[in-house]
Design a protein around this ligand. Structure first.
Ligand code: IMP
Ligand code: MG
Length: 178
């Protein structure tokens, strides 16, 4: 099916599951190379990252661990945007090489906030792997070392990404129709 409807909006298929998996393999190969001989901790940001995290991990051949965090829904707005607390990180990341796994970096505020919070826990290094990056929307400089797809400023759903809770189960990516 090439178009779907979620609530009031129509979405059109834009990236197939096959293409997504192929590009994730490319990023996994880069991580395998860059982290050879290391044992990174991958830190998935729920809920959106779950499919990307699963597919990425299946393609990692290095020793690695995975843990998941959630960002609190509390939204304390300040001049820099929405700031949310990182919940669920019980293990120590001190001295560890951390790779954050995110579904999409939009304004960059979420990742900026995560980097600041995790930075206080003395990791050896922190990098970001994001399935999508919308460079036109970035409001703060966030260095996404492993970006699977760079996309224009358009709302997407599928492969873990949602529109108000729906669409996460779709194996392909759909763009909102104009
Ligand atoms: P940021 O703080 O603006 O970078 O927010 C990123 C978060 O916004 C992502 O983790 C998503 O949860 C959500 N988001 C941004 N763009 C989209 C989109 O096109 N589809 C679904 N969720 C999105
Ligand atoms: Mg997210």
């Amino acid at each position: 099916m090439n178009t779907i409807k979620l609530y009031d909006k129509t979405f059109a298929k834009s990236i197939t599951n096959e293409e997504i998996n192929k590009e994730i393999k490319r990023v996994a190969a880069a991580i395998n190379r860059d982290y050879a001989g290391k044992r990174p901790v991958l830190l998935g940001v729920l809920n959106g990252c779950f499919m990307f995290a699963a597919e990425l991990l299946k393609n990692l051949e290095i020793e690695c661990e995975i843990s998941f965090v959630k960002l609190s829904s509390y939204q304390g707005t300040n001049s820099t945007g929405v700031v949310r607390e990182v919940l669920g990180l019980t293990e120590s990341i001190a001295g560890r090489d951390v790779i954050i796994i995110e579904d999409i970096v939009d304004t960059g505020y979420t990742m900026q906030n995560m980097l600041e919070t995790l930075g206080t826990r003395e990791p050896a290094s922190i990098e970001i792997a994001s399935l999508f990056l919308k460079p036109a929307r970035l409001k703060v400089p966030v260095d996404v070392k492993y970006s699977v797809f760079t996309i224009p400023d358009r709302f997407i759903v599928g492969f873990g990404l949602d529109y108000d809770g729906l669409g996460r189960n779709l194996p392909d990516i759909y763009d909102v129709a104009e």
